[in-house]
Write a protein that binds this ligand. Structure first.
Ligand code: ADP
Ligand code: MG
Length: 254
């Protein structure tokens, strides 16, 4: 039990003018586990993961991936170290095909950006062939292979969420952070996304999942961290979280 956790967050703090959006937040994600991050609207979930993944600058705290200090490391380098993420509002390259979207995602993790992803120079050919194969296999595993060559613009809202999840694992990360992977998605697609998450987890990817859908989180996660007004008010297995008086009061209702 004394081994280093995959992700270790210590005292993460982020302020916006007069507001402390995240206040001394500490938690851990063990390798290969699924951890949920829940809390009322505005409790600091997105802000905290934006800081951890390098998309926002924190005011205080330190966080480590497998012992590598991530504070002040830019997002593409964090991705290259093995931590990728999706966004609450899905970002896809609308005019690029699904296969191209996935290959761009892999290149972004390499820190090369999307221009070089589409370049066809000789030294890149072998790794491109491997990337194309991986992209095809991922589309197959999330059930989007029939749209492989179609532009992302044809996808439904739920299918975009799936594409984003596939893109997040393209570069074989060790930890993926999902920001609201099933928000606004129909029940059938919710079940499908849950299966996809379980499958990637079975392949060894750890996940930190931010969601409003409490049942989804309780069902899927081994551990749940609860935020209220930027502070952690509970951290434990779903069974304990469901009956925690502070959580019931703050979030789950009477
Ligand atoms: P959650 O994801 O839990 O809904 P957020 O992290 O989005 O919460 O927001 C936490 C708090 O920080 C909220 O009070 C929100 O209004 C505030 N906030 C978020 N982003 C900004 C910003 N860019 N500027 C000012 N305040 C912000
Ligand atoms: Mg949010």
């Amino acid at each position: 039990m004394s081994s280093t956790p995959l992700l270790q967050v210590r005292g993460l703090t982020k302020r916006y003018l007069g507001l402390t959006a995240v206040d001394g937040l500490s938690y851990e994600v063990e390798a290969g586990s699924i951890v949920g991050l829940i809390g009322p609207n505005g409790s600091g979930k997105s802000t905290s993961i934006d800081c951890v993944s390098g998309f926002q600058r924190a005011d205080a705290g330190d966080w480590f991936l497998d012992g590598h200090k991530l504070r002040d490391v830019p997002p593409h380098r964090i991705a290259a170290l093995g931590l990728t993420r999706t966004f609450q509002t899905v970002r896809a390259y609308e005019d690029l095909s699904l296969l191209e979207n996935l290959r761009v995602a892999a290149q972004e993790s390499d820190g090369h950006g999307w221009f070089s992803a589409l370049r066809r120079s000789a030294p890149l050919r072998e790794s491109e062939a491997r990337a194309a194969q991986r992209a095809g296999a991922l589309l197959e595993s999330v059930g989007l292979s029939r749209y492989a060559d179609a532009p992302a613009a044809v996808l439904s809202y739920g299918q975009r969420k799936l594409l984003a999840i596939a893109a997040s694992v393209m570069a074989r990360p060790r930890l993926v952070i999902l920001d609201e992977p099933v928000a606004g998605v129909n029940p059938t697609m919710v079940r499908h996304i849950e299966e996809v998450i379980r499958e990637f987890n079975a392949q060894g990817v750890a996940l930190l999942i931010v969601e409003h859908n409490v049942d989804f989180i309780m069902n899927l996660c081994q551990r749940v961290v609860v935020l209220e007004s930027g502070r952690k008010i509970a951290d434990g297995p779903p069974g304990l979280i469901r009956s925690d008086p502070r959580v019931l009061e703050a979030y789950l209702g009477p």
